[in-house]
Design a binder for this molecule. Sequence first.
Ligand SMILES: Cc1ncc(COP(=O)(O)O)c(C=O)c1O
Length: 338
Amino acid sequence: MSLRTLDLRSDTVTLPTPGMREAMAQAELGDDVYGEDPTVRSLEERIAEVLGKERAMFFPSGTMANQACLRLLTRAGDVVLGSKDCHIQRFEAGAAAGLSGLHIERLGDEGRFDAAQLRAALPPDDPHFAPASVVAIENTHNAAGGRVFPKDMLDAIVVLARERGLSLHLDGARLFNAAVASGRPPAELAAPFDTVSVCLSKGLGAPVGSVVATNASRMGALLRIRKMLGGGMRQAGMLAAAGLYALEHHVERLAKDHTNASRLAEGLAELGCEVTAPETNIVMFRVPDLEGFLTGAANCGVRVGRFDATRLRAVTHLDISAEDIGEALTRMKGLFRT
Ligand SMILES: Cc1ncc(COP(=O)(O)O)c(C=O)c1O
């Protein structure tokens, strides 16, 4: 009997559940480029409400959502200040520079930076320097292993950013993980930001989609940018229905993913891996022979991802149960026998 593959490469590998597929099949549809898809409207209204913003707009991907926000808040030649290894800089194919002429300066470490680091990086008011226009925060932070951005650090950054007239963007691809882990409502985490992007296709388990929430006054410009980037979709309500279903059924359960990630981290540490304790659903770890481990794990039906030259990443999600974590650890034990 062949073993079921336990795929821990990412929380994007989930397949829609039967209930989600049913909701997609039943969705009321229209042409969303004409603003006539009622299910997309419902999703946008629901996200605006959950994030405490006036309006929201559906996007095909987190990358497009982030990049549309950056373009909205900047002019070509501006500097965006973000965290070390932030997704908008490292994993979006150079879009900020290529599409909007932006330079992203990366601050701090482990997904976070503080107001002093931000202050030190701000350019003087001198025509030799590119102007800084946006501070971007990633919460949770992917490359830092799903870390939640600390409230006190953010509060001080927000004060400084506002003093200096900077806009604030939140890459909240995994904002619901941050909300569940910190016990703070998503609207509270989103409150300081001018633009917030959230993904439906990661921990929430929808097949496609991200949503940007912002003020009503920005919607016209954002809509034009989405059109320019090719993000206008037609009967997108089938996808929006999956997002609405996910918001109703898959948010509270993220706590299970976090518990599973902790258990996985403990187990990997017991096997001898060097593991960063996870705050949410992402486990970063090191092994002496990275390539050998990846191949060996795949051969016993466990898939983990290579994150960079020295780190592997395992991510818990909707399609991985507590039992699966035990099973994955049992299978991986064999890799450490001498
Ligand atoms: C923090 C973060 N932001 C944005 C994205 C981009 O999302 P997408 O893959 O939908 O473009 C990702 C994807 O993994 C992410 O981890």
